[in-house]
Design a protein around this ligand. Sequence first.
Ligand SMILES: NC(=O)c1ccc[n+]([C@@H]2O[C@H](COP(=O)([O-])OP(=O)(O)OC[C@H]3O[C@@H](n4cnc5c(N)ncnc54)[C@H](O)[C@@H]3O)[C@@H](O)[C@H]2O)c1
Length: 357
Amino acid sequence: MLEARPTESKTPGRPAQKRQPAVLVTGAGGEMGHGLIRALAESSEQLSIVGLDLRPATDEIADCCSETLAGDVRDQSLLDGLARRYHFTQVYHLAALLSTSAEQAPIQAFEVNLGGTMNLLRLAIETRDQTGVTPQVLFPSTIAVYGVPTLEAKLAAGSVAEHECLEPRTMYGCNKLSAEQLGRYFTLHHRQLQPGEPGSVDFRAIRFPGIISADTIPTGGTTDYGPQMLHAAAQDKPYQCFVRPDSRLPFMTMPEAIEAMLSLAAAERSTLTRTAYNVRSFAPTAAELAETIGARFPALEVGFEPHPGRQMIVDGWPADVDDRAAAKDWGWSARHTLETALDEYLIPGLRRHYGRT
Ligand SMILES: NC(=O)c1ccc[n+]([C@@H]2O[C@H](COP(=O)([O-])OP(=O)(O)OC[C@H]3O[C@@H](n4cnc5c(N)ncnc54)[C@H](O)[C@@H]3O)[C@@H](O)[C@H]2O)c1
């Protein structure tokens, strides 16, 4: 059972005030938010979960949370109000505009993805100042932080480690990499000019690949062709794939992504050598994806109509990522290959989802 683990501060803060300890999840209404909140609610009876999203909470989310709010992570006064009532021991900051949406509205993406992250970091710093306990900030980053200039460079780079190819080519990637850097700064260097140990938060990021869920069809992301193809197959619909057949990217399933977040949260800080880690489970080309899904749904018809802009984004991301640091530091291990992901999780889930059991 995984429980919220506040990190004890080594520098004394003011005595804890009588505010309710809680876990804050932003982006609570999204694909990952749903699964994460379910898992958090199941993981501990005592955990108070506060869910925040632009969208009003579904009944399923509201049932798992002690409070849900329809609000904006850019709204500082809303966050200040929350901080007066709760002592957040953990913040899962999921709210973001995804890659394609961010490319369509880059200034708004900057405000939400970076400004919103700064607001949540500020909330964590103030919590630490007021309680003496350093909150964890868990952050879902992305392979979009990487950037390769050409398709040839992508093929040559192969599987990239965390410090390689950090020249993002999308607004989303720039925002996420900048947010990671802010988190690293506030964890390791904030207040370095003052006596005592520097650092005010315990920021932990995972650079996720494309994530495939049996429950939801995503929009606004560039890896959406994977889940969209699968959901089309499950509904006996044809699918026009927006990237070339040879396009290769890493993926994983949503339960693996949530498990990774909870495992990183549960790790002892002293075992962590980085503030951002790669994870991945399988890395098929779009053609391999179509073939493997087609073997299980023989009626599936996949056409390829590459969208020039989205193709350029995919060509600028690495074909795979090196996840050995996560394995070594906090025991990450992929549960699935593409085949087992389909047979053991995705297809049973899709059959239930579309009522085809
Ligand atoms: N799904 C993936 O493949 C993937 C891959 C890598 C990283 N991530 C990251 O994981 C996180 C969750 O992704 P997801 O797949 O659940 O996306 P999603 O789009 O389903 O969920 C994002 C949620 O954030 C909310 N939101 C957007 N702007 C907001 C704002 N200003 N204030 C409050 N809420 C706001 C949205 O309403 C939405 O419910 C994101 O940070 C994303 O960048 C996702």
